[in-house]
Design a protein around this ligand. Structure first.
Ligand code: NAD
Length: 297
């Protein structure tokens, strides 16, 4: 399988390397020249343009920062878009985290040009990308999903078909909204417990075995001690940075606005993480929100 991998950043480069290690013929490209140099140093085959990578490819994978970048690259400017250059019937897989509407637009652009298309955002972060343990949430047709499955399995451990076009992004946005709300709730509970005289360990021992149990508590515990691998034990080095949580909640806000859902907890989490990321929290793990809550108490 010849795979063009575009976007060789924090996530894209290790993902592309895992595909090459699995025996695929991978050619990479990034608009940022330093990313191309790093990829070359890492032993990945690269091209001088996106068009050269896509020419002759069976599959085109994009891993960009934003939906605007994905749509601009697919469309191009006058005949040089990825969908213009790719051979007919190429499978486009966009792994970037973008809005549901942007994902559906990318599907439309690819399909009108005679290609096949999936949205396949990931969770698992850079460590998951490096270790090929990412979770993929996939939107698109059954047939396209089955063609993509072995490719995605070379980069991840869990691959879930969530439904039609855009529904991979829908699953991602809903999951991360749960995560944001629960991380804030766990942080508030620890600060409240402190004020009431509870030790962190006592609250952890009770809640982790009771109905308060959740990932934000038992894996990403926001206080040092009870879960030695959580970011709180390393001064809140990410993990999952506040800036990325803020970006994902911006996508949740768009989805809430477009559907009219009364998601007050989600919107409050959006506001809280926006403040966090606009301040010192952008580069910290998002569990560092506990420090803001404690300072404000
Ligand atoms: P990044 O900024 O490190 O990498 C993105 C790369 O895409 C950059 O090198 C950029 O130059 C390149 N790019 C942009 N437009 C391009 C184009 N037209 N052609 C070729 N290259 C282009 O970002 P990242 O951390 O790798 O994240 C990528 C995506 O994955 C984002 O949507 C992010 O929200 C999502 N994500 C990131 C993480 C994480 O922990 N970093 C976790 C889950 C999901």
């Amino acid at each position: 399988m010849r795979i063009a991998f575009l976007g060789l950043g924090h996530m894209g480069l290790p993902m592309a390397k895992n595909l090459a290690a699995a025996g695929h013929d991978v050619v990479g490209f990034d608009v940022f020249p330093a990313a191309v140099d790093t990829a070359l140093d890492a032993g990945l085959a690269v091209t001088l343009s996106a068009q050269a990578a896509v020419d002759g490819a069976d599959v085109v994978i994009t891993m960009f920062q934003s939906g605007a970048q994905v749509i601009a690259a697919y469309r191009g400017a006058g005949g040089d878009g990825l969908v213009d250059v790719a051979p007919p019937g190429t499978l486009f897989i966009d792994c970037s985290t973008i809005s549901v509407e942007e994902a559906q637009e990318a599907h439309r652009i690819a399909e009108i040009a005679g290609h096949r298309s999936l949205d396949a955002p990931v969770s698992g972060g850079v460590v998951g990308a490096e270790n090929a343990t990412l979770a993929f949430m996939v939107g698109g047709s059954d047939v396209d999903f089955e063609s993509a499955r072995p490719i995605l399995e070379a980069m991840g451990r869990r691959v879930v078909h969530c439904g039609g076009a855009g529904l991979g992004q829908a699953a991602k946005v809903c999951n991360n909204m749960i995560l944001a709300v629960s991380q804030i709730a766990v942080a508030e509970a620890f600060v409240l417990g402190e004020r009431l005289g509870l030790t962190h360990q006592a609250l952890f021992d009770v809640a982790s075995n009771a109905s308060g149990q959740c990932w934000a508590l038992t894996t990403n515990c926001p206080v040092p001690g009870p879960v030695p691998t959580s970011p709180a034990n390393r001064d809140y080095q990410p993990g999952f940075a506040g800036a990325l949580m803020n970006k994902d909640l911006g996508l949740a806000e768009q989805a809430i606005a477009s559907t009219g859902v009364d998601a007050r907890m989600g919107m409050l989490a959006r506001e809280i993480y926006k403040e966090f990321a606009d301040g010192a929290g952008a580069g910290q793990d998002f569990s560092g929100i506990i420090n803001t809550i404690r300072e404000d108490a």
